[in-house]
Structure formats: C-alpha cells, structure tokens
Design a protein around this ligand. Structure first.
Ligand code: BG6
Ligand code: MG
Length: 232
C-alpha cells in the first residue's frame, strides 16, 4: 500500500476534473446524437466521459444500434462536426469554468514542488489549459495522438508518470470518469475519483466534488487506507 509520503507527482485529467468542459463535450455529442437519431441518455453521457473522439462516436453509434450504418469516411466527417460544435462552445471559455478549488489546488501542489502532468484524452487540452491560465503549472503533457490505446487502457496514465520520470506508485491520478479511474488503477497510480461515488466506486479515494480535493484531504484518505490495511 502506497503511503502519502511516497507521492511525488500528480497526473490530471482535464475535462470534468479541472474544468467544467465535460459539459461542453456532452452538449456537442448530444447535438450530434440528435442528428444521427440516437436517443441521448444520462447513461450514454457517462459512458462517453474520458473517452477519445472516435471511440466516443463509435460508442454512440453502438448505443443506437447503428454501428454498421456508416463508412469510415462518414465517421471522420461526423467526428469533425462534433469537434466544430465543441470549438464553438470553447470560444467564450474563460477562467469561470475552472471547477471549485482546482485553481488553488494546482497552485498549492506546484508550490509544494510536486511534479504535475496532464493525461487528458482531448486533443484540445493545450488550448483549454492556456485559456484557463493554468498551463504554466504543468511540467509535462501526454499527447493523446501518440497513444496506442485510449482510456480505460492504462497507457495514458503510465505515460503521465513516465514523462515526469516517476514510478506510477509515486503518483496520484485524478479523474471524473469511470474509464479514467480504470486507466489510473491499471497503471498502478493511486486513483482519486471526483463525482458520484456509486459511479466511481473503483477509485481508491472518492470525493463528491472538486472543492474537497486538497492535499490535506488526500493525505487523510491515504493515511486511512494504510491504517485499515495495517489493522486487517
Ligand atoms: C476527454 C473528454 O477529455 O476528451 C471526452 O472527457 C472527449 O468527452 C475526449 O471526447 C476527446 O476530446 P477531443 O477534444 O480530442 O475531441
Ligand atoms: Mg474527464
């Protein structure tokens, strides 16, 4: 069991963890699902969280029983259309979309000399981080284009530690998505799930919302985890 004192770095998801941009992704996918005549549900929205662009489109088509209805070229066109919708929503993006406490938390861990990397599936993440004026705190970023497999595969979190020259056990990963929590767990990092604990029950540590994410609370949770294992 990893102790808090062993932690040297934090690997962040972006959409839904640092910024409320997951709502923008959902809105843009919803728009496309309507066009494809696939019924949008909360469950579908949750399945898409954290999942890359093409994989998301394939999930939507499968959900609507339309997985064999389109050629690869048509799918590329629809994925581009979703991205155009998303970029339109990003035009008005400013610091107000930073989720409660996350600006302070990132600054705090940087002040405490932890290393920080980004493990977002989004190709738009550099643009979003710049707009939020948070890029300066990140030592490294995994470029999702270079990955063989998307979340829930652990590759993105494994790389998130590697690019900081850290072992996975020395890192905490933060996620709002089921696919993302699975990816962190598979990489061997300590997983923090932010959101409904019933949905994110596989996470090592759960917080209901971002305002609870502080170094102190992560330490408390990790101390409790090692205490409960020691007394088992
Ligand atoms: C993830 C989002 O961070 O990035 C998903 O949670 C999104 O909703 C994925 O589909 C890919 O993003 P993009 O910007 O490259 O289409
Ligand atoms: Mg996310």
């Amino acid at each position: 069991m990893v102790k808090f004192e062993q932690i040297k770095g934090f690997v962040f998801d972006l959409d839904g963890v640092i910024a409320n941009t997951s709502a923008y992704h959902a809105q843009a996918w919803h728009q496309l699902a309507d066009e494809l005549d696939v019924t949008w549900t909360e469950d579908l929205g949750n399945q898409l969280k954290g999942v890359g662009r093409m994989d998301s489109l394939n999930l939507i088509l499968k959900y609507g029983g339309k997985e064999n209805d389109y050629t690869e070229d048509e799918k590329i066109k629809y994925a581009a259309e979703k991205n155009d919708n998303y970029l339109k929503l990003l035009e008005s993006l400013d610091k107000s979309v930073i989720l409660p406490g996350m600006g302070e938390f990132i600054k705090d861990i940087a002040d405490h000399h932890y290393l920080i990397s980004l493990a977002s599936s989004s190709k738009n993440s550099p643009r979003v981080l710049e707009k939020l004026d948070l890029a300066k705190y990140f030592n490294e970023r995994v470029d999702p284009v270079t990955l063989k497999h998307g979340k829930p595969d652990p590759e993105i979190y494994t790389r998130g530690a590697e690019i900081l020259n850290l072992k996975p056990e020395e890192c905490v990963g933060l996620e709002d998505a089921v696919a993302g929590v699975k990816a962190i767990n598979g990489s061997g990092e300590t997983s923090v799930g932010i959101g409904d604990p019933k949905i994110l029950h596989e996470a090592d540590i759960n917080f209901n919302d971002t305002s609870e994410v502080t170094l102190e609370n992560i330490k408390k949770a990790m101390d409790q985890m090692s205490d409960s294992i020691a007394t088992d």
